[in-house]
Ligand binder design. Structure first.
Ligand code: MN
Ligand code: MN
Length: 465
């Protein structure tokens, strides 16, 4: 039987291996990997001098999201086109419960946002922001719908913050349902107290975002979340580890056998507290949470990624317009919507860690595709190049050089935190289930071609009694 597509003369890079091969695709699936595949009837993509990487898997994005009383600047159309152009072919996005909304209703609402718009494949995590008895009970039904991760915030008092009693009930419900719990770990009472102290003292500039959310309050909540998940016996995922203090707590938990996996995000590897000192309110572009930290943490985080203490790099793509949304906090940093874009920049920026010899190409694949696919029930369909996997493949040009510029990005927001960064290596051709969706930097796919991926239950990585 003839193939649909052959990708020729590339070097396949997986989480464990690199080898020269041709890759054959039929019906959107990888069906052949061999030294040489001759099938003149199939479409051909030449990958001479290129690497073949599994399509990126970004498990921390906020598309079409209502937060801080505002609608985010990216919907599923713009956000997933940006993802594709950056080499990401699957996202797991947050379905964000609004006050009073049920969890089933929340998932249904997110299907409505994605359908007809998503240009890449997608799954959902459920954010439990209003943990009523009814909402917690409904969580049990989500794994049957392919939603096997529930997210809570230990911060944002008077917003989506849950208290320990609610958190414990959600942990127990997740354990019994075969789901994992993701946690935004900061002590929300202390963040609220410190914000009020800053405001009362007239400390209103963006730079005070950092001093109102110090590393220790991230570490405290990280340690508490790990301890509570350990006692209940629920697999736990710590989002956006930003600094050494919270990393130490992740390492301590893992050393005593807790099933906890942690990510960092691209911007914690490149931005720092100095960016919050930028003049003319430019600092507001760097108001995300946890805040950018002291520069010494860059090396700490790269080392943790190389050792495997941090297993995933996500974007935490959260797009707020600088001109019209960040500006609401011009006179008071507590009103600046928290978040930064980064879905298109993630793969390229993490690859700079290969150029800088922080990580190997195989570790790059593990951090950006294989590990997130494994932890979130997508593997081996997603996250690797193997017979039987979806043909989600990035033809990566390690020699391409350019400066990152806002005007060449595809997201729906008006800035990038990497403006002017000189980068080497990036996606040339992006293939989703055998279809070329990005060709030499141009999006050639179709909004609506992305499919919802029904995710499996979490793979337990360590035994927890
Ligand atoms: Mn967060
Ligand atoms: Mn987030």
């Amino acid at each position: 039987m003839s193939l649909d597509l052959v990708i020729r003369n590339g070097t396949v890079v997986t989480a464990t291996n690199s080898f020269a091969a041709d890759v054959g695709v039929r019906d959107g699936v990888i069906v052949e990997i061999a030294d040489r595949i001759d099938d003149p009837a199939a479409s051909q993509v030449d990958a001479t001098f290129q690497l073949l990487l599994p399509g990126g898997v970004d498990v921390h994005t906020h598309m079409d999201s209502l937060s801080f009383g505002m609608q985010s600047a990216d919907d599923y159309r713009t956000g997933t086109i940006a993802a594709a152009c950056g080499g990401t072919t699957t996202i797991v996005d947050f379905a964000h419960q609004q006050p009073g909304q049920g969890m089933l209703e929340t998932i249904e609402a997110w299907h409505g946002r994605a359908e007809g718009k998503a240009a890449i494949d997608y799954g959902f995590h459920a954010i439990v922001a209003d943990p009523t008895d009814a909402a917690i009970t409904e969580l049990s039904q989500l794994p049957a719908l392919g939603v096997t991760s529930f997210k809570v915030f230990l911060a944002y008092k008077d917003g989506p913050m849950v208290d320990d009693a609610q958190f414990i009930r959600i942990l127990a419900t997740a354990r019994d349902a075969g789901a994992q719990v993701m946690v935004h770990a900061e002590n929300g009472e202390m963040a609220d107290y410190l914000q009020r102290q800053h405001v009362a003292a007239g400390k209103l500039a963006p730079k005070f975002h950092a001093s109102s959310r110090p590393p220790r309050i991230e570490a405290e909540a990280t340690a508490r979340a790990i301890a509570l998940a350990e006692v209940i016996g629920t697999p736990l995922y710590i989002v956006h580890v930003s600094c050494e203090e919270s990393l130490e707590e992740v390492i301590r938990g893992r050393e005593r056998g807790v099933d906890v996996v942690a990510e960092t995000c691209t911007h914690y590897l490149y931005t720092s507290g100095e960016d919050l000192e930028r003049p003319d309110f430019e600092a507001a572009k760097y108001v995300f949470t946890p805040p950018p930290r002291d520069r010494r943490n860059h090396q700490v985080l790269w080392d943790a990624l190389a050792r495997g203490d941090l297993e995933i790099v996500s974007s935490d793509h959260s797009a707020w317009s600088f001109a019209t949304q960040k500006s609401r906090g011009r006179d008071n940093f507590t009103r600046i919507p928290n978040g930064a874009p980064g879905i298109e920049e993630r793969m390229t920026m993490v690859w700079q860690g290969v150029n800088d010899e922080h990580i190997t190409p195989n570790q790059f694949v593990a951090l950006t595709a294989t590990n997130p696919a494994r932890r979130f029930g997508l593997y081996p369909r997603k996250g690797t190049i193997a017979i039987g996997s979806d043909a989600d493949i990035v033809v990566w040009n390690p020699a391409a050089e350019r400066a990152i510029r806002q005007e060449s990005l595809h997201h729906g927001v008006d800035y990038t935190v990497y403006e002017g960064e000189w980068v080497e290596g990036g996606p040339r051709t992006v293939i989703l289930r055998g279809e070329v969706i990005v060709d030499d930097g141009d999006f050639t796919g179709a909004p609506g071609a992305g499919r919802f991926i029904h995710r499996a239950a979490v793979e337990r990585q360590t035994a927890v009694s």
